[in-house]
Write a protein that binds this ligand. Structure first.
Ligand code: PRT
Ligand code: ZN
Length: 293
């Protein structure tokens, strides 16, 4: 049967946000908590809930058509499987942000990545780490750890680590100092390069178009305000990423108008203060739920 299968992380940092994103695209699933397969209710798209490390392989083997996984894992898999390199990044997603960084014990004397030439680095991402270092002319030996990489220097197994960092708390707790970012990562939607059937491609395109609408809407804000009629141009220029605004008369106030606009960039408090400085009042900023161009 022509149904799309999407792999997402079962339980971890990306699970909730991946599911939420698909639900905001209008997908609903018949689910049961302990089951790994969720059947799509009104769209022929089913979910497979798995460990994140398995997602690239499920795509490469054609078991799933789409998958949401960190770029760190997708890149590592592609570097490990250069002969079977069929993953295609379809959309970068606004969650799961982290960086793969080099870190060394406090007072170790290492200053830059170049100082690690010939040293041992513990990491869960050996291929990615080696590839980035070697592109910079640094050759280091990697020791593969599948978890708790931060304990390696204390055990004497490695001189440094290359690990994912988000807040830096784990490094500090283990008396390690982050000294160089090798790779910036977010979650992303991946597909495979093999041409799917026309029906499947059509469903993937529909999903991508909805996804674009959701991602765009998440960045957009609908701004409503009252403005002096003669300050409309100035105020429009102060609205971040706004297209032509709509203007409406205000009953009983011929000198002022109501102005509505969609801002396609983040609206900060500084923008609102500047708008008020230019004579705007009754400023409202509303979230946009869906957009379709
Ligand atoms: O069970 P499963 O294999 O599915 O999950 P997992 O435990 O392997 O993965 P999970 O849920 O921890 O991470 C999933 C994805 O989230 C990763 O592949 C990254 O793309 C992304 N991500 C974002 C992170 C982090 N931030 C992160 N901070 N993945 C891991 N970490 C770890 C890091 O390895 C270190 O141990 O968190 C620690 C550092 O965090 P800070 O905040 O102390 O710096
Ligand atoms: Zn994992």
């Amino acid at each position: 049967m022509n149904r799309i299968r999407v792999a997402i992380q079962k339980s971890g940092r990306l699970s909730e946000k991946s599911l939420d994103l698909l639900q905001r695209c209008g997908l609903r699933f018949a689910r049961s908590k302990d089951k790994l397969y969720w059947y799509g209710k009104d769209f022929p798209i089913d979910l497979l809930l798995v460990r994140d490390d398995d997602i690239p392989r499920l795509l490469l083997d054609g078991v799933c058509d789409l998958g949401i996984v960190g770029e760190n894992i997708a890149e590592e898999t592609m570097l490990e499987n250069t002969a079977d390199n069929n993953l295609e990044q379809l959309r970068k997603l606004p969650f799961g942000g982290c960086r793969l960084s080099l870190a060394v014990p406090e007072n170790s004397g290492f200053q830059t990545a170049a100082d690690l030439d010939g040293c041992r680095i513990a990491t869960s991402y050996p291929a990615l780490t080696r590839s980035i270092l070697s592109s910079r002319g640094i050759s280091a030996e990697t020791v593969k750890f599948s978890g708790s990489v931060e304990i390696a220097p204390g055990l004497g197994t490695a001189d440094a680590i290359s690990d994912l960092v988000s807040t830096g708390t784990t490094l500090r707790a283990n008396h390690l100092v982050e000294f160089e970012v090798l790779f910036e990562s977010t979650a992303a939607l991946y597909g495979q390069l093999d041409q799917p059937s026309v029906e499947k491609q059509d469903m993937i395109d529909r999903l991508l178009s909805r996804l674009d609408g959701v991602l765009l809407a998440a960045e957009c804000k609908y701004v409503m305000l009252h403005a002096p009629r003669d300050a409309v141009d100035t105020i429009t220029r102060l609205l971040p990423g706004a297209e032509n605004p709509s203007l409406m008369n205000l009953e009983g106030d011929p000198d002022r108008v109501a102005l509505h606009a969609v801002c396609r960039e983040t609206v900060f408090w500084e923008h609102l203060e500047a708008l008020r400085g230019a004579g705007a009042s009754a400023i409202l900023v509303l979230p946009v739920e869906k957009m379709l161009g």
